[in-house]
Design a protein around this ligand. Structure first.
Ligand code: FES
Ligand SMILES: [Fe+2]
Length: 456
């Protein structure tokens, strides 16, 4: 299929126009190309190094449709492999996580060690194999690229992709605000919530930065917060109160990333608040205060940190054009007190996950969008324009104070609730889709040329 992707994203911000064609969200053929051009070509978050702390620990992950296993070998080195047996393709590792010196394929028993080396082909001697088979490498296939930034592990199937450092770029400032929350970093609180929603994966990418929906999508949560404040509810759990938020902003970064923030009017309801003095000494007053602000960070294409009340990490796994799998974890500073950890977990389950008071509202709206986008004669969305006349290229004063260089900056009254923060994801989407199509076209030209040269 030959597609003109420039007809799917209109990026003319200087003329006050940015929009996305609904086919980008509903066309199964475009979804197939996204799997190849985006998920097989850019850095994909796999997990945290702390998920496999000891030799032979492992966990599984996905890069698009490629099953992956991350494993720590006997010497403590981390590896990332495609989780597919070299024999006939079965998943070699079938559990989400664990510890095992050896991984034995359940089908015909080929075995691999925790470094991915093939250590046994069942009944090899009796197999009458050829010399050429014996000479083949039978190890699990390592990811072409596997890199770490401060305990976050990323993999890429394209050996020629730019470095992870380049990929994360200036968005690292917001990652650091998460990782630096204790001298020993952060860890996943045990337990992971997995759920699916029947809509396109990019609706979650957008929602992670969408402040505009809060008052209309989550009124039940806001009413519950009011009832807790008034004493009408017996539940006294401190939760974020959107009605108090006055100042907010957002930044976009190269390679599709973006972050939004709100000045937190009630930092004392944060589990991190008791650490404020220690944080100020270690990272300085400004960064410590920013750790207590509400922040949502989206690293394109598949990872989000949401710090509204508790701190959430979630990953996005596209399954079909209209089906997405989410995983959600509570993140916490290493070494926090049991009392604070309990408070953090109560806040986390209050707001996030399929059982929380916010997530089901969101996923229901995504599904309604997917259904509504089925109205095929409506082409263009109108949802990328809030704040378009007040967005600034490069740094604003907030970014200057914080010392990083975003692609765009936005800040002001809370009511702006701008949508320009979505633009970077679609800019990167367009860049990768066009690059993928150009590569395919070049390959097709080579094939045609070789047929002509061969007289075919
Ligand atoms: S598919 Fe793994 S041993 Fe046959
Ligand atoms: Fe929401």
């Amino acid at each position: 299929m030959k597609r003109d992707f420039d007809n799917l994203v209109i990026d003319r911000i200087d003329d006050g126009r940015f929009t996305v064609h609904r086919d980008a969200l509903r066309d199964p053929e475009i979804f197939e190309l996204e799997m190849r051009y985006i998920f097989e070509r850019t850095w994909i978050f796999l997990g945290l190094a702390s998920q496999a702390p000891k030799p032979h620990d492992y966990f599984t992950a996905w890069i698009g449709r490629h099953p992956v296993v991350v494993s720590r070998d006997a010497d403590g080195r981390l590896h990332a492999f495609l989780n597919t047996c070299r024999h006939r393709g079965a998943l070699v590792v079938q559990h989400a996580q664990g510890n095992s010196k050896y991984h034995v394929c359940a089908y015909h028993g080929w075995s691999y060690d925790s470094a991915g080396r093939n250590i046994d082909i069942k009944d090899q001697k009796e197999g009458a194999y050829s010399a050429s088979f014996e000479a083949e490498n039978h190890d699990l296939v390592a990811l072409p690229r596997f890199e770490e930034y401060r305990g976050l592990l990323f993999g890429c199937l394209d050996p020629d992709v730019h470095s992870l450092d380049d990929h994360l770029g200036e968005a690292k400032f917001f990652i650091d605000l998460v990782i630096d929350q204790s001298p020993d970093g952060v860890e996943l609180v045990p337990g992971c919530s997995t759920y699916t929603y029947k809509a396109n994966w990019k609706l979650q990418v957008e929602n992670g930065m969408d402040a505009y929906h809060l008052t209309s999508t989550h009124p039940s949560f806001m009413k519950i917060v009011e009832r807790r404040k008034s004493g009408e509810s017996k539940n006294k759990l401190a939760a974020l109160d959107f009605s108090l938020y006055k100042l907010r902003g957002g930044f976009t970064f190269d390679h599709g990333h973006a972050a939004v923030w709100s000045r937190n009017p009630t930092p004392e309801i944060r589990p991190l608040f008791p650490s404020l003095d220690e944080l100020k000494k270690r990272v300085g007053d400004v960064r410590a205060e920013w750790m207590l602000n509400s922040r949502n960070l989206v690293l394109f294409p598949n990872i989000q940190f949401a710090e509204n009340a508790s701190l959430q990490l979630r990953t996005i796994r596209p399954l079909a054009v209209n089906l997405t799998e989410m995983k959600s974890w509570c993140l916490a500073p290493v070494g926090e007190s049991a009392e604070t950890r309990e408070f953090r977990l109560r806040q986390f389950e209050d707001f996030f996950n399929s059982s929380g008071l916010a997530t089901p509202d969101d996923t229901t709206c995504y599904e309604d969008c997917q259904t509504g986008n089925g109205a095929r004669i409506v082409d263009w969305q109108q949802g990328y324009s809030r704040g378009i006349t007040s967005v600034r290229k490069g740094q604003n004063e907030v970014a200057q104070t914080l010392g990083f260089r975003p692609a765009t900056s936005q800040s002001g009254a809370h009511e702006i609730q701008d949508e320009t923060v979505f633009h970077s994801a679609y800019r990167e989407w367009l860049r990768l889709m066009k690059a993928g199509a150009a590569r395919d076209a070049a390959r097709a030209d080579v094939r045609v040329a070789s047929r002509v040269a061969g007289g075919a």
